[in-house]
Design a protein around this ligand. Structure first.
Ligand SMILES: [Fe+2]
Length: 302
């Protein structure tokens, strides 16, 4: 199998305490290293003058990947090996210096939750209300499922992740954004053209649409300023979404029911045009989602 999922990321934020409080409300647990329900410690927050993506962790189940990837760094001339030790390889991405850490990782051990859906012709639940109606606890995100990363040289950053790391392209709008994956989930990393390197958003997978709505509404009820965009369903990847805004300005997504791809040659990407790829249905896309309001500050600080 080789690479199969994201492991963890490090986000730089100006106010670690404020962002930590945001992610606690979001459903993550712990301090400094925040945990998801099924992925363990997946989000590290560190102090930074401006918001940034400092490190992206990728998990493999094949120990030969370390030598293979290190060799491809040399052959491609893209990026550099920063650290190589037993079971751990750290590379620097050639455009932005993003650290990419490859480690051995187990697949997520997920116990399916008993969510039932009645629909015409399929009755899964009799005599009791829906599980989400009875749920007493807040939403517990299962795992860190994708990151969307802006880079000032999108083709080169994309080439690094495909040619060196071995990510595959699921869908793309050439030169604008490429949705790539390192496992079955439609996208783990989307690489978008931007005037400066920055984390556009990070996404956590929840059990179903009920949890997307329950989580999003709870976050917005606590602070309406957190609302960014949702609830809706993306076109590329099919995933449900509700985007919030963390105090640093990075968008944070509850997502569910994203496409899975079993093999590249069995998958037929549609030919997406313009902004059609953004969503199938939902509220109109906010201008700030396309161009975050702090972009000028991020450029000035770069
Ligand atoms: Fe997303």
């Amino acid at each position: 199998m080789g690479l199969h999922r994201l492991t963890s990321i490090t986000l730089g934020v100006p106010d670690v305490a404020a962002s930590t409080a945001f992610f606690h409300d979001f459903g993550l647990t712990g301090d400094g290293l925040l945990s998801t329900r099924d992925g363990g410690e997946q989000l590290e927050l560190v102090a930074s003058a401006t918001r940034s993506l400092e490190r992206l962790g990728v998990g493999t189940d094949d120990p030969d990947d370390f030598d293979r990837i290190a060799a491809r760094v040399g052959h491609s001339g893209l990026g550099a090996v920063v650290e190589s030790s037993d079971g751990r390889l750290v590379l620097s991405e050639p455009v932005t210096g993003l650290l990419v850490e490859v480690t051995m990782a187990e697949p997520y051990a997920v116990l399916p939750t008993p969510h039932t859906f009645n629909r015409p012709g399929v009755n899964e639940r009799f005599d009791v209300p829906a599980e989400s109606v009875l749920a007493a606890d807040g939403v517990a995100p299962s795992n860190l499922t994708h990151v969307v990363y802006g880079t000032p040289d999108q083709p080169t950053t994309l080439q690094f992740f495909t040619d060196v790391l071995g990510f595959e392209i699921s869908d793309q709008v050439p030169g604008i954004i490429a949705f790539t994956r390192c496992g079955e989930v439609h996208h783990n990393l989307a690489i978008q053209a931007a005037p400066v390197a920055f984390p556009h958003h990070i996404a956590f997978e929840v059990d179903d649409i009920d949890d997307v709505v329950r989580g999003g509404q709870s976050m917005v009820d606590a602070d309406p300023e957190r609302n960014m965009w949702g609830v809706g369903r993306h076109a590329i990847g099919s995933n449900w979404f509700w985007y919030l805004r963390d105090p640093s300005g990075t968008f944070v997504e509850y997502t569910a029911d994203i496409d899975r791809i079993s093999a590249q040659d069995l998958y037929r990407p549609k030919d997406w045009q313009g902004h059609e790829f953004l969503y199938s249905f939902g509220p109109p896309v906010p201008a700030e989602f396309l161009e975050p309001s702090d972009l000028a500050d991020l450029i000035a600080a770069s």
